[in-house]
Design a protein around this ligand. Sequence first.
Ligand code: DAH
Length: 343
Amino acid sequence: MNFSERVEQLKAELDKATAKNLEEAEQLRIKYLGSKGVFKALFNDFKSVSSEEKRALGKPLNELKSFAEERVAQWKAELSGAEVKHKDIDLTRPGMLGSLGAEHPISIIKREIIDIFHGIGFSVAEGPEIEDDWHNFSALNFPPEHPARDMQDTFFVKNPNGTEDYVLRTHTSSVQVRTMESEKPPIRIIAPGRVFRNEAVSARSHCIFHQIEGLYIDEGVTFADMKQTLEYFAKEFFGKSKIRLRPSYFPFTEPSAEVDVYWGLENELDHRITKGTGWLEVMGCGMVDPAVLESSNIDPEKYSGFAFGMGLERSAMQRFQIPDIRMIFENDVRFLQQFRSAL
Ligand code: DAH
């Protein structure tokens, strides 16, 4: 057999070789690649072949050796893996729990409220946080210079040219206008979102907070529909079945009311949060003022509706006994992790 035939034969042999376990793989390694192995002998004999053969066979020989090395490495990797699988893995060991994020208390409250209104046919609407004067004020029946604008200490946003046409929205009522402009009745939406007011930050109030707005417009919607809807909400959300509506004022509703939920006076906490009255104020509401419908091109002769708006922070603070509103915005992980159970 000449040299090139030996190389060919070795290649065929290596192609066929298999190892059933680590021991066999090691024996094959010694046989072919060991210090007294087949390759050693071949490389020795290679020294004495003609220079023509050297040129022709040098490369294939080196490639064949690399191939053999790879096969051996591959057997060893596969076989040691298989052995570990059978011997060393304890399938009864408890898994490692990845760290899951916690749901923010405001998100929990928001989700619950959305769920309740979804159940009675309301869908979620959104609007921008930087809002123009029209959507935040004028279309909601706050004329320029109207004193009601002072009820809401507004953050104005400067344009590059120095004018101040934009504001950080002071309430989610702006989304009512945007929805009425883009949709035809019947309209049934709730709009959760962040709002901004230039107020001193303290344990009880913040310059950023969250509201959920509601709007229902259709033919023949009455004050009684509003009361029923809000009663249903109070039952579902607070677990309380008695509400009362107190006359109030908002420029965009007529008549307007403040909604109180009867909380009861069973324990000291009830006394504290209701200031001894048993009643807790939870939101503002009213029948959408015809002037507001007209501003958004909805015919007030044909359609009527009601709206309501509530803050989320107070509910979150009561529910989770959060003593300081600032904690809601600081997002200290030690605070946030307490809400992990919401998963
Ligand atoms: N936008 C009011 C506020 O921020 C809350 C409100 C009151 C919203 C009455 C309404 C409503 O939709 O009908 O104080």
